[in-house]
Design a protein around this ligand. Structure first.
Ligand SMILES: Cc1cc2nc3c(=O)[nH]c(=O)nc-3n(C[C@H](O)[C@H](O)[C@H](O)COP(=O)(O)OP(=O)(O)OC[C@H]3O[C@@H](n4cnc5c(N)ncnc54)[C@H](O)[C@@H]3O)c2cc1C
Length: 218
């Protein structure tokens, strides 16, 4: 089996979803997360045919579900520069704020590479929006590697940039809550029409706890 899944920046969400829902494709746990992220776009399936993975990352909206996916699965962004060089940027560092990325003038995002080690982890995705099919107000992913005990919670949509909360071993629910409360500082929480910051914060804590419970099979 390949040791990476490389997703072209020009891959549409519809194409990615077709792969993620192919029962014969590898990495079923990762594909469940990819499917959930593809389905997290607001509005209807119509946008899936035109929007691209790269465009979603480069637009860097807080509710960018391809950002959620790439960060949760330890993505590495391959960026081509105007002088024909190449830079690798971890997906977790790619978005630096609402509408802001590490892309420089003239850069082109070529692809996002997901390593097999991440694709093999147990996954879960929890999302909340103010209305059905509305823009995500909070999207929390969880991944767990039983062989190493590593458990990562990634918060997107509620925050201006992705927030990864890594644990060397699964935390207790109170520890998870305490860590998130410490990290979810007011300036980090999105304040727009898609959800009040206090509500987003509270929902994020609940979604993260739900993710932990699911990953632990409770
Ligand atoms: C009905 C509707 C619902 C939507 N829902 C959501 C939602 O839930 N979440 C969300 O995040 N957005 C949403 N959007 C906004 C937007 O359509 C998406 O963010 C989409 O993923 C952007 O991708 P695109 O391929 O259309 O990018 P484009 O609009 O083509 O590009 C976005 C920007 O990135 C640049 N760019 C694109 N690709 C590259 C590349 N490979 N390298 C360098 N720069 C590049 C473009 O030049 C442009 O500046 C929605 C839009 C509509 C109309």
């Amino acid at each position: 089996m390949d040791d990476h899944l490389v997703i072209a920046a020009t891959c549409t969400v519809a194409e990615l979803l077709a792969f993620a829902q192919d029962p014969d494709a590898p990495w079923p746990r990762a594909r469940a997360l990819i499917t959930a992220c593809c389905r997290a776009f607001s509005s209807s399936f119509k946008v899936w045919n035109t929007v691209t993975v790269g465009g979603n990352l480069c637009l860097a909206l807080p509710a960018g579900p391809m950002i959620s996916m790439a960060v949760a699965l330890d993505g590495m962004c391959r960026v081509l520069t105007p002088d024909r060089r190449e830079r690798l940027v971890p997906a977790g560092d790619f978005v630096t704020g609402a509408g802001r990325t590490r892309m420089l003038q003239g850069d082109l995002l070529r692809s996002v590479s997901l390593p097999a080690a991440a694709l093999e982890r147990h996954t879960t995705t929890h999302r909340m929006s103010l209305r059905p099919h509305g823009r995500s107000a909070a999207l929390v992913t969880g991944t767990y590697a039983p062989d190493t005990s590593r458990l990562d919670i990634v918060v997107t949509a509620a925050t201006n940039r992705p927030l990864t909360v890594p644990f060397l071993r699964p935390p207790s629910p109170p520890l998870l809550r305490a860590r998130l409360q410490e990290l979810l500082k007011p300036g980090l929480i999105v304040d727009d029409v898609h959800g009040h910051p206090a509500w987003r914060r509270q929902v994020t804590l609940q979604l993260a706890e739900a993710a932990l419970h699911e990953l632990m099979g409770e």
